[in-house]
Design a protein around this ligand. Structure first.
Ligand code: 4AD
Ligand code: MG
Length: 461
């Protein structure tokens, strides 16, 4: 079906031109013998106004053309006398593919709550809000590839099914072909040697470990794929299935890593404004939790850098009443992170050099023997969006760290091989894609920036 997109018509159309457009009816109204339809085809935030005079043969068809109906309309493009739109279409023929019953169509009226829309995740992309969010998501996904490709990074595809727990945190979903009603072994001790892969397998929590071996041959690489975590976190910033971007660079240290993260983040903000300003303006107007001005500022601004040790001092100095204790050696909680970004520094902050005890085994030990070359990028409202580090490239130090962290060597010899053969300093990070989209769009809940959110007790279809 040949059809120009509404986005292109509004940008490059010419008055007098014959057009055929397809889309869904957002609103229909009649006034003094003329019907007006606002048509959306998903290509842009804007709708295209269709004008159908009573005298037109198309007018009769409009009885079966309600909000939500899918239609094709042919007509002449005209300069629009109405405010806020450049063109409208004077319709000569209209074809209705599928009507939507005004009584039962859930989006018949505007102004539903985001909670209600979450219940109808298959229909919510038809609203202005979710159209905007998913278009911004697409702009960001394209920009991710553009950024890394333009710097010579190789996009690598790390496995989704894995036998190792990268983060060592144990929040894994098991992948099995067992008939769950007939598990071999006793109930508490399932015999995974009889399972599909001959050992226990999981959905990956991160592609980092595999990205490391690819960086140790290809130089600079990045992953962009789905990751899964079975942590029981019912919050507005956690999903059980989310996408992560993980660059990994050979011959790089923590400084190179933080620099890459900053440049990456600024680039993403800039591209969003270049390609999605109308989406951001819409979200700014309705939710007031993002803004064109703020993104412009972010696309130019350097991040504040602070060590964990100094961040703890800053928190200890504060008069704020925190729910969780602040003490050197304890992990920062989101209330602490937000205090730093929202109140102290009023912008993105990179915290580096965390105590080794609550960070992953693969992070490079600093000379003080107490901290590791780790970094977290924290942003206002959302908190941590990036976690990364320089990796431990010294075989013996890494083995010690694995022992201390209780990481079994079984299954990990290949990872140690990278330190045995041509080991080199390397560093990388993981950007949570939904946290990024959440921050850029200003959506309060991460469940509203992915088409089908998965979270504890939540899987609709
Ligand atoms: O800090 P994390 O756990 O780091 C890693 O997985 C490293 N292997 C990354 C690396 O160095 N290559 O996760 C990275 C980011 C977090 O900063 C956060 O943005 C996001 O992934 N993230 C989540 N996003 C949504 N829901 C969850 N449950 C998330 N857990 C982590
Ligand atoms: Mg982290």
């Amino acid at each position: 079906m040949q059809r120009p997109r509404i986005k292109n018509i509004l940008a490059d159309g010419n008055a007098g031109q014959q057009v055929t457009v397809c889309g869904w009816v957002r609103t229909k109204r009649e006034s003094k013998g003329i019907a007006f339809i606002a048509l959306s085809d998903g290509s842009t935030q804007d709708t295209l106004q269709l004008v159908i005079p009573e005298a037109s043969p198309a007018f009769q068809a409009l009885i079966h053309c309600n909000t939500g109906a899918a239609v094709r309309a042919c007509g002449i493009l005209k300069e629009s006398p109405a405010q806020g739109q450049r063109f409208e279409v004077e319709v000569s023929a209209i074809e209705i593919f599928g009507d939507a019953d005004p009584v039962s169509y859930p989006l018949q009226k505007k102004g539903h709550t985001l909670e209600f829309l979450r219940e109808i995740s298959h229909l919510r992309p038809r609203t202005n809000t979710f159209g905007a969010v998913f278009r911004v998501r697409n702009i960001l996904a394209e920009a991710v590839h553009e950024f890394f490709q333009s710097r010579g990074f190789v996009w690598v595809h790390t496995p989704i099914i894995t036998a190792s727990d990268c983060e060592g945190a144990g929040d894994l979903f098991t992948v099995t072909s067992f008939d769950m009603g007939k598990l071999p072994g006793s109930n508490n001790d399932v015999d995974f040697s009889q399972d599909f892969f001959g050992k226990r397998a999981y959905l990956t929590v991160s592609g980092q470990l595999e990205a490391e071996f690819l960086a140790m041959s290809l130089g600079d690489v990045y992953t962009f794929g789905p990751t899964f975590r079975a942590e029981n976190s019912n919050t507005s910033r956690h999903l059980s299935e989310f996408w992560m971007i993980e660059p990994e660079m050979a011959f790089a240290d923590l400084k190179d890593d933080t620099r890459l993260a900053e440049e990456f983040f600024r680039f993403l903000c800039r591209r969003t404004l270049e390609k999605g300003e109308s989406e951001i303006s819409f979200l700014e107007k309705f939710y007031k939790n993002t803004s064109v001005a703020e993104l412009k500022d972010l696309s130019e601004k350097a991040f504040v850098h602070i060590t964990y040790t100094d961040a703890v001092k800053e928190l200890e100095r504060s008069k704020e009443k925190f729910e969780f204790p602040v003490k050197w050696g304890l992990d920062l909680q989101s209330e602490h992170e937000r205090y730093l970004t929202d109140k102290v520094f009023k912008g993105p902050v990179i915290v580096t050099d965390y105590p080794k005890d609550f960070k992953a085994f693969y992070m490079r030990m600093n000379d003080d023997g107490k901290t590791v070359a780790a970094m977290d990028v924290l942003v206002p409202k959302v908190g941590e969006i990036i976690g990364g580090s320089q990796r431990e490239e010294r075989l013996e130090v890494l083995k010690d760290r694995m022992l201390q962290s209780g990481i079994p060597f079984e299954n990990m010899e290949w990872y140690l091989d990278l330190r045995r053969f041509g080991s080199a300093p390397h560093a990388g990070f993981g950007l949570g894609f939904e946290r990024l989209v959440q921050y850029i769009t200003g959506m309060h809940n991460i469940r509203d920036v992915i088409p089908c959110p998965r979270a504890p007790q939540l899987i609709k279809f």
